[in-house]
Design a protein around this ligand. Structure first.
Ligand SMILES: Nc1ncnc2c1ncn2[C@@H]1O[C@H](COP(=O)(O)OP(=O)(O)OP(=O)(O)O)[C@@H](O)[C@H]1O
Length: 277
């Protein structure tokens, strides 16, 4: 279904975020990517739909290489990839229903989109999906009137309405309290099973990865250092992922780290791409 081979990403700042990552996601499995801060987890997820442009390697989704696609091919391919974000990426001043229906924008003409003229069946399904994710009855509320957990449910509903072939999830619980985090992970994995699609999740909290995912990929300093099931994830694996990252992080001086942060915030080429999704 999704096959990533020798993926590399070097940012314009010179940061080597991914150094030849290979992994795959099959069938209906839920795979988590874990690793210390700066390991390259977000970069990996975002390279898959080219929100971040990979430097080298291939990403094959359902037999098609995403890395070599033209803009219009990529637009079509993105319909197959439902993306769920850490900060929800909702349009705050729009209603819940408008936000959810934006998941269908890739399927209608520009004129229809401008008039927000969605087919009746999309609207009906939006009601059903909103009900399923636990926010039925909130269709006419503005997104900025909702709690974090409710917003993430809308984010999930929007991705599901897209009828994607895979869900890509970037730190879905980082902005949520622990109880809501468990509820959102449960919902996400249940929904994926109901829809019969695989999920790739970048997740900070190891405990959530162990509880809710079928397979774990451990990244440290841009490299895959662990692949296995939650049962195989022992203290040795934990040390490999987190100590490897720590010892490598320690190699740069505090001055170098500040410099890195400053240059990371001005990577215009990648920031631009974020807004064009
Ligand atoms: N836009 C950018 N420009 C330059 N460097 C970047 C950019 N985004 C990330 N990086 C660098 O790439 C490396 C990997 O970052 P990434 O955000 O992918 O890691 P992560 O594992 O998701 O970290 P976290 O868990 O803290 O979000 C880091 O060294 C980071 O500083």
């Amino acid at each position: 279904m999704l096959e990533i081979t020798d993926l590399e990403k070097v940012y314009s700042t010179g940061d080597e975020a991914l150094k030849g990552v290979s992994m795959d996601v099959e069938g209906e499995e839920v795979v988590s990517i874990i690793g210390p801060s700066g390991a390259g987890k977000s970069t990996l997820i975002r390279c898959i739909n080219r929100l971040t442009e990979p430097t080298a390697g291939s990403i094959v989704l359902d037999g098609e290489d995403v890395t070599t696609m033209s803009k219009s091919e990529l637009r079509n391919a993105r319909r197959d990839m439902g993306m769920i974000f850490q900060e929800f990426n909702l349009v705050e001043r729009l209603t819940v229903m408008e936000n959810v229906l934006s998941g269908r924008v890739g399927y209608i003409s520009t004129m229809q989109a401008l008039r927000r003229n969605f087919p009746e069946e999309d609207v009906q399904r939006a009601y059903e999906v909103l009900d399923r994710v636990g926010v039925g009855g909130m269709e006419n509320k503005r997104a900025d009137e909702l709690s974090g957990g409710q917003r993430q449910r809308i984010g999930i509903a929007r991705a599901v309405l897209q009828r994607p072939k895979i869900l890509l999830v970037d730190e879905p619980t980082s902005a949520l309290d622990p109880e809501t985090s468990f509820a959102v992970m449960e919902l996400l994995t249940e929904i994926a099973r109901e829809e019969g699609i695989p999920v790739l999740i970048n997740i900070h909290e190891v405990e959530l990865a162990l509880e809710y995912t079928d397979r774990i990929v451990g990244l440290a300093d841009g490299e895959v250092v662990f692949k296995g099931t939650p049962d195989e994830f022992d203290q040795g694996a934990r040390d490999t992922i987190y100590r490897a990252g720590e010892s490598r992080e320690d190699q740069s001086t505090p001055g170098e780290q500040v410099q890195k942060q400053q240059s990371a915030s001005v990577d215009i080429s990648d920031a631009d791409r974020e807004t064009s999704y």
